[in-house]
Design a protein around this ligand. Structure first.
Ligand SMILES: Nc1ncnc2c1ncn2[C@@H]1O[C@H](COP(=O)(O)OP(=O)(O)OP(=O)(O)O)[C@@H](O)[C@H]1O
Length: 200
């Protein structure tokens, strides 16, 4: 589904990674692992087109990924490390918007419930706890159709029960044929979910 060929990225004189290649098929998960500052977030941003590559290419179904293409964006659900929210849209309004944009309004109530957001569904993002805000970002990925799921440290700020839920949810995504790429510092999550690991 996703093929990464010889990609490289530098910030000024500082090379973050180079010559990196890997592939993720439908129903597979690749974990991006490495120490702080090793380039995991940068790699995920390059995959979805939120950062410009200096070298190499990213292909989806054999075709060069074009982040300006509505078809590409319709197939990719991503939660990166710089998620932002409309300050005047409530939790449930954010999710309805994300779902509506992708023609999938039916699952919002179920996802709100699944992510434990029912009690705060009408609150505005600035009034949420950091864990609840992170859950909103995850929920936004699950209320819309997706063939590729890209998550940057999805375990962050989740409590023990939330981490257990995440592990099972990512396994279910794979079982449903979604290709998953996630950066993580959670060894248990990586072992439970990833078919392979990549280090930038
Ligand atoms: N916009 C930017 N401009 C300049 N340097 C940057 C920029 N974004 C990231 N970097 C640098 O690139 C390197 C990789 O950062 P990145 O955020 O990808 O690391 P990471 O592996 O995700 O780290 P962590 O585990 O701490 O989240 C770091 O040295 C960082 O300082």
């Amino acid at each position: 589904m996703l093929e990464v060929r010889g990609i490289g990225k530098a910030y000024g004189e500082f090379p973050v990674f180079s010559g990196l290649s890997f592939a993720v098929g439908a129903g597979e998960a690749v974990a991006v692992v490495g120490s702080n500052g090793s380039g995991k977030s940068t790699l995920l941003k390059c995959l979805v087109g939120a950062e410009v590559l200096d070298a190499g290419s990213v292909l989806v179904d054999g075709v060069a990924r074009d982040e300006t293409s509505a078809a590409f964006r319709a197939s990719v659900a991503a939660l990166l490390d710089d998620a932002d929210y409309f300050p005047d849209l409530s939790v449930v309004e954010h999710l309805r918007l994300a779902a509506w944009l992708h023609g999938a309004a039916d699952e919002v109530a179920d996802v709100v419930d699944e992510l434990g957001l029912t009690a705060v569904a009408d609150q505005l993002p600035p009034t949420l706890s950091s864990g609840q805000r992170h859950r909103l970002g995850l929920a936004a990925c699950f209320v819309r159709p997706r063939r590729l799921l890209v998550l940057d440290e999805p375990e962050q700020r989740l409590d023990a029960q939330g981490r257990m839920w995440l592990r099972e949810r990512l396994k279910a995504e794979k079982a449903a044929g979604v290709a998953v790429v996630f950066a993580s510092h959670d060894e248990e999550l990586v072992l439970a979910v990833a078919d392979r690991t990549v280090t930038p």
